[in-house]
Design a binder for this molecule. Structure first.
Ligand code: ATP
Ligand code: MG
Length: 317
C-alpha cells in the first residue's frame, strides 16, 4: 500500500521470518555459527534459547538455507512440539522420507537407527531440528536423549538442534532431564537488540526493501530511539511498531516517521515507555504475532533464494 509512496519494493517489516531480511547482529551471527558448526562438526546436541520474537525461527531458516547448499545433509524439521513420543518419532521418520504410518515405536526406532547408520557409513550428515522446543514434554525430551545416544565410536549419527523460549532452559535445568543436559555440546542464547543494533536493524531492513540510503531517513535517529524503548529491542515488536508507523506516515503523506507517530502506534498497541520491563500486553502481542507467522517446512525458506549474509566465515569453522 505505502510501498510506492516511500519508493520501496517490498514491505520492510514483514513479520514472517524471511532469511532474505536477515540482519546479522553479533548475537544472531554467533548463534548461527554455533548451529552451523554443530551440524558440520557432528557435535550432537545444540540448544538455542531466546525470548519471544528475538529471531529464533529466522535463525533456523537461515541455517536451513546454508544446509540446503550441501547435498550430503538430510534434515527433519519439527515445529509442532506438542507431540507425544510416538507421534514425535512418526513425524521425524516421515520427514526424513521414510514410511512411518501404522508403525509402532519399536519399528520406527529400528528404521530410524538403520537410516542413521547407513548415512553415517557414507559420511552423510543427518539433522533433527526442533523449533518451539520449550513445548516438548519431559517424555519426548527423554526420547530425544535416546536418539542422541546413537553414535559411532568417534561421532554422533544424529545432529539435534533444540530451539525454544527460555522455558526450555528451565526444563533442561530440571533434575529429571540432567542426563540430557549433560549431552549438550553447544548452547547459546538470543536476546533483545541494543539501541545501536535497533538502529542498524531498521536501517538494514529498509535498505533490503529498496530504500535509497542517500535520501532523508524514513526513521530518523530520535524516532528509532523511541521505537527501541517501546519495543525493548525485541525484533518482532520493532517490526510491528515500524510497520504501523509507516502506514500512519503514509496516511498523513509524511516522508519520515515522527516520534509522535511512534507514540500513537505504541498507544494503539498498549505499549508503555518502560523503565526496564516490557509490559505484559507487549508480551501478549509478541506471542500472538508469533502464532500468526508460525511457519511450515514448505514455505519461504526453501533453497534457491538469496544467500544468508553472515559476518562470520562459516566455512572456516
Ligand atoms: N537478526 C534479524 N534480522 C532480521 N529480522 C529479524 C532478526 N531477528 C528477528 N527478526 C524478525 O523478527 C521477527 C520475529 O522473529 P522470529 O519469528 O524468528 O522470532 P522467534 O524468536 O522465533 O519468536 P517465537 O519465540 O515467538 O517463536 C520476524 O519478523 C523476524 O524476521
Ligand atoms: Mg519462532
Amino acid at each position: 500500500m505505502y510501498k510506492a509512496f516511500f519508493k520501496l519494493n517490498r514491505n520492510p517489516f514483514e513479520l514472517t521470518p524471511d532469511p532474505t531480511c536477515f540482519v546479522p547482529t553479533k548475537r544472531h551471527d554467533e548463534a548461527l555459527a554455533a548451529l552451523y558448526y554443530g551440524v558440520r562438526r557432528h557435535k550432537g546436541l545444540v540448544v538455542v534459547t531466546g525470548e519471544v520474537g528475538t529471531g529464533k525461527t529466522l535463525l533456523l531458516r537461515c541455517l536451513l538455507r546454508l544446509l540446503e547448499q550441501s547435498k550430503d545433509i538430510a534434515y527433519a524439521y519439527l515445529f509442532n512440539s506438542t507431540l507425544c513420543p510416538t507421534e514425535f518419532l512418526q513425524y521425524t521418520v516421515a520427514d526424513f522420507g521414510l514410511p512411518a504410518s501404522g508403525k509402532n515405536k519399536c519399528e520406527l526406532l529400528t528404521d530410524l537407527s538403520r537410516f542413521l547408520v547407513t548415512r553415517g557409513t557414507h559420511q552423510m550428515t543427518t539433522v533433527l531440528i526442533v523449533d518451539e522446543a520449550h513445548q516438548l514434554s519431559a517424555e519426548t525430551l527423554e526420547e530425544i536423549r535416546m536418539l542422541s545416544n546413537l553414535e559411532t565410536t568417534t561421532e554422533k549419527l544424529l545432529q539435534i538442534m533444540l530451539v525454544g523460549q527460555p522455558e526450555l532452559d528451565e526444563k533442561l535445568d530440571s533434575t529429571d532431564l540432567r542426563q540430557l543436559k549433560q549431552r549438550i555440546a553447544l548452547r547459546t542464547q538470543l536476546g533483545p537488540l541494543t539501541a545501536q543494533e535497533t538502529l542498524t536493524y531498521i536501517e538494514k531492513r529498509l535498505r533490503i526493501a529498496g530504500a535509497d540510503p542517500s535520501s532523508a531517513p524514513l526513521f530518523p535517529a530520535h524516532t528509532v530511539e523511541r521505537v527501541h524503548r517501546y519495543s525493548q529491542g525485541l525484533p518482532r515488536l520493532i517490526n510491528t511498531i515500524c510497520e504501523n508507523a509507516l502506514i500512519t506516515a503514509y496516511a498523513r503523506r509524511l516522508f519520515s516517521v515522527t516520534t509522535e507517530i511512534v507514540d500513537e502506534v505504541a498507544r494503539d498497541f498498549r505499549l508503555d515507555l518502560p523503565g526496564s520491563r516490557i509490559n505484559s500486553e507487549a508480551r501478549i502481542l509478541n506471542r500472538m504475532d508469533a502464532k500468526r507467522v508460525a511457519g511450515s517446512k514448505g514455505d519461504s525458506y526453501a533453497a534457491g533464494g538469496a544467500p544468508v549474509v553472515s559476518a562470520i566465515n562459516l566455512e572456516a569453522l
